[in-house]
Design a protein around this ligand. Structure first.
Ligand SMILES: Nc1ncnc2c1ncn2[C@@H]1O[C@H](COP(=O)(O)OP(=O)(O)OP(=O)(O)O)[C@@H](O)[C@H]1O
Ligand SMILES: [Mg+2]
Length: 259
């Protein structure tokens, strides 16, 4: 019998996902070690978001097995995944823009005062929110500001901070740097680097920029047309090598469609 791999935060074996006639994932296997950062790269439509949505319980796989902290698990819903410590920060973030920063950070898990009235403890939430943002190096003028007054990068940082605050053990980030300027991207990269140093979280992030991914991730996985076509430790590959692999694949695809 195989040893249980409890040192793995997540493992997927031969994951297949079909949407009617479309096969979005065609037998994807992956592992995510404790405290590891895995970067997923690949073309539009390669299946990256679909994979992350299966790992976060949003979709269920058509075939294949998932293991969470070594135990075989069928993730039934996003809430189910969350209860197992898996949090996702989607590209559209799902923050309540008109609410304050601190409200957003405690949305659906407000701190309440002891006593029969169970009043919401705004003072504690403000203090905790400010402390949390300070801890991860995000500087905002006040946690009372509505989220809509923040930049895209700050908002993304709030969403990540909220996920971190939720006792998540696995964090899934779908294109955290998409549509961001250099300064905002630097803020998120800095935040992810701090989490990496901390080592408590295991992270999967979908990225488009090869150089940034190699900088941040311990390991990268390249997806093409629903399959993993290459994976390697970041230290053992390069932007040039990755570009060459993608170029070769593209040429092979053109050659087959030309006939
Ligand atoms: N709900 C759905 N119904 C039908 N087809 C879908 C659905 N979601 C994704 N697909 C298809 O699955 C394939 C993979 O899509 P996915 O969104 O996972 O790609 P991606 O790698 O995240 O691409 P991008 O880089 O553009 O975000 C695509 O062909 C897409 O059209
Ligand atoms: Mg996507």
């Amino acid at each position: 019998m195989a040893e249980p791999q409890t040192d793995l935060a997540l493992r997927g074996d031969n994951i297949v996902k079909r949407f009617d006639a479309v096969t979005a994932l065609d037998g994807v296997s992956l592992t995510l070690g404790q405290g590891e950062i895995l970067g997923i790269l690949g073309d539009n439509g390669a299946g990256k978001s679909t994979l992350v949505k299966i790992l976060t319980g949003f979709y269920q796989q058509t075939e294949g097995k998932l293991y969470v902290h070594g135990e075989e698990t069928l993730l039934r819903s996003v809430d189910h995944a969350r209860s197992l410590g898996i949090e996702c920060v989607y590209q559209d973030l799902a923050l309540a823009n008109s609410l304050s920063i601190y409200h957003n950070m405690f949305l659906n898990r407000e701190i309440v005062r002891r006593g029969p009235l169970r009043l919401v403890d705004h003072k504690s939430m403000r203090e905790r929110a400010a402390q949390l943002l300070d801890d991860i190096g995000v500087h905002v003028p006040s946690v009372d500001l509505p989220v809509e007054r923040l930049s895209g990068g700050q908002r993304q940082a709030i969403a990540v901070a909220r996920a971190v605050n939720s006792n998540a053990r696995v964090l899934l980030l779908d294109e955290p740097l998409a549509a961001m300027g250099a300064r905002e991207a630097a803020l998120i990269i800095d935040l992810i680097m701090r989490l990496k140093e901390n080592g408590r979280l295991s992270i999967i992030m979908i990225m488009h920029n090869y150089a940034q991914t190699l900088d941040i991730a311990n390991r990268i996985m390249l997806m093409q047309r629903g399959r993993v076509t290459y994976q390697q430790r970041s230290a053992n590959t390069s932007v040039t090598e990755l570009m060459e692999i993608v170029r070769r694949e593209y040429q092979a695809m053109r050659a087959t469609t030309a006939h």
